[in-house]
Design a protein around this ligand. Structure first.
Ligand code: NAD
Ligand code: 0WE
Length: 258
């Protein structure tokens, strides 16, 4: 049975009730996990308040600011996990960012700084968080990140994010090889397009969703909850033999050639 009772799970990437990470947090909670939630702080404290209210029903035992571009915030977050939990079983990496101007036009127009920022936030952060998680996962563990088909195929306008996701999927394989001997499994879920804060800011996302509804074998898109279920599975003992993989939760879209 899918049972995460007694497991300590850190979930990154909740911004609002549409976030994929929110679907994941709810399913991990349902499976019995004890949650730690991180949020991206802003200077007015609005995000902190908003996310705190949202996650309150899930009774998180840790609620921490964590901008992955700020080494000090990462250090204090993991120090809090070490002192209050003494271990970590599950790490959910569910964040990405690229400059809006780099998500349209030609990839050859991508600036060095835009490339670095997308890579730093969307790709390097998995490596960085995994490095901190490693010493806390002495009993083994499960790390799951979120990726998208645009890391493997050309999706118009996904641009620099596609390159970042390709790097993210390669990072999953290298981390899985390194951490496997410690029984830490590292996998990615490749989700189909879902309307969230990040995707809604993208021009043409509704057309893409309609295309998926016509072409995908299931003739629909997927929900945050369906992604959350697959994450819960990957974090459970049911998936004890699975590491280094990219699992598509996309209503079957990825298999289609036409
Ligand atoms: P979202 O906007 O709800 O989540 C993105 C999160 O990234 C936000 O919570 C934001 O606070 C966080 N973030 C951005 N910069 C950060 C930083 N410097 N430090 C810490 N956190 C930061 O959107 P979402 O669609 O739920 O995205 C979550 C993940 O799912 C991303 O990795 C995205 O690439 C992936 N994904 C999304 C879709 C989709 O269609 N929505 C499909 C496949 C994969
Ligand atoms: O990974 C993502 C979202 C990535 C994303 C989106 C934004 C929009 C707002 C990263 N950074 C930003 N920065 C912003 O300023 N997805 C898989 C959703 C998504 O984004 C696309 C897509 C799809 C699908 C961008 C272009 C084309 C398709």
């Amino acid at each position: 049975m899918l049972d995460l009772t007694g497991k300590k799970a850190l979930v990154t990437g909740i911004a609002n009730n549409r976030s994929i990470a929110w679907g994941i947090a709810q399913q991990l909670h349902k499976a019995g996990a004890n949650l730690g939630i991180t949020y991206l702080p802003d200077d007015r404290g609005r995000m902190e308040k908003k996310v705190a209210e949202l996650v309150d029903p899930l009774n998180p035992s840790l609620f921490l600011p964590c901008n992955v571009q700020d080494e000090i915030q990462i250090q204090s977050a993991f120090e809090a996990i070490r002192s209050q939990w003494g271990k970590l079983d599950i790490l959910i990496h569910c964040l990405a960012f690229a400059n809006k101007e780099d998500l349209s036009g030609g990839i050859s127009d991508t600036s060095r700084s835009g490339f670095s920022q997308a890579m730093d936030i969307s790709t390097y952060s998995l490596i960085q968080l995994s490095k901190e998680a490693k010493p806390l996962m002495q009993e083994g563990g499960s790390i799951v990140t979120l990726t998208y088909l645009g890391g493997v195929r050309v999706v118009p306008n996904y641009n620099v994010m596609g390159i970042a996701k390709a790097g993210l999927e390669a990072s999953v394989r290298y981390l899985a090889a390194e951490l496997g001997p410690q029984n830490i499994r590292v996998n990615a879920i490749s989700a189909g397009p879902i309307r969230t804060l990040a995707s809604s800011a993208v021009g043409g996302i509704l057309d893409m969703i309609h295309h998926v509804e016509e072409v995908a074998p299931l003739r629909r898109t997927v929900t945050q909850m369906e992604v959350g279920n697959a994450v819960a599975f990957l974090c459970s003992d049911l998936a004890s033999g699975i590491t280094g993989q990219v699992l598509y939760v996309d209503a079957g879209y990825e298999i289609m050639g036409m």
